[in-house]
Design a protein around this ligand. Structure first.
Ligand code: HEC
Ligand code: HEC
Length: 159
């Protein structure tokens, strides 16, 4: 009976301690971090939020099969950190031109094609050409399982 009582006290003590820690770790609203701001945007619309750009970056990264530092420079103060707003890496401006080109293709050409259901017109994305490589393949892949075919070319190298 006595042991049961002590166990109960222990459990209550632990629960109280944990909930106190949880309460302490919540910051009052006016002390919460402000949403991150965009610093150097030239192609995305001015209304774009940091979250939206960040999400688009995840897609671009996969479309080209690269890491963020393929286009972004490392921070000068701390090379282990990235400086996403810097234009030091020349690939970033190539990517900006690619974004403008992709948008123009969609606006000027793809959306003008007469189509039974214009809401379902297939849009061009980075992946339409890149297919997971930083430099798109110039030829269709050759399937080695077809008898008599030469081996496929090695994939293009990043950088
Ligand atoms: C293919 C090139 C490319 C890759 C890969 C890439 N980015 Fe970007 N990123 C850009 C370009 C271009 C811009 C600027 C867009 C503009 O000017 O509107 C940009 C802008 C940004 C910005 C906004 C910086 C600012 O404040 O001005 C952030 C944040 C960012 N990228 C994060 C990332 C992250 C995180 C990754 C990896 C998941 C990544 N990027 C991968 C090309 C790239
Ligand atoms: C219509 C086809 C097409 C589309 C769409 C396209 N690209 Fe490209 N991209 C190319 C071609 C072709 C090259 C040149 C490859 C080379 O230099 O061998 C290239 C090169 C690049 C490079 C330079 C690679 C390097 O290492 O030199 C980057 C970065 C890039 N594209 C980013 C993008 C991004 C980001 C998008 C989407 C917003 C995009 N591209 C959409 C065709 C395309």
């Amino acid at each position: 009976m006595f042991i049961k009582q002590r166990k109960k006290v222990m459990v209550i003590t632990v629960i109280t301690a944990v909930s106190a820690m949880m309460v302490l770790s919540f910051k009052p609203i006016d002390q919460q971090e402000e949403p991150k701001k965009l610093k150097n945007i030239k192609v995305f619309p001015s209304t774009a939020t940091f979250k939206e750009v960040d999400k688009a970056m995840d897609v671009i990264k996969v479309d080209l099969g690269v890491h963020c530092d393929y286009c972004h420079a490392h921070s000068k103060d701390n090379p282990r950190k990235m400086d996403m707003a810097s234009d030091e890496n020349p690939k970033k401006d190539i990517a900006r031109d690619m974004m403008r080109m992709t948008e123009e293709m969609n606006k000027k050409f793809i959306s003008q094609i007469p189509h039974a259901d214009t809401t379902k017109v297939q849009m061009i994305t980075c992946n339409t050409c890149h297919r997971g490589a930083p430099k798109p393949f110039g030829q269709p892949p050759i399937y080695p399982k077809w008898p008599g075919n030469p081996p496929p070319p090695p994939p293009p190298h990043a950088k």
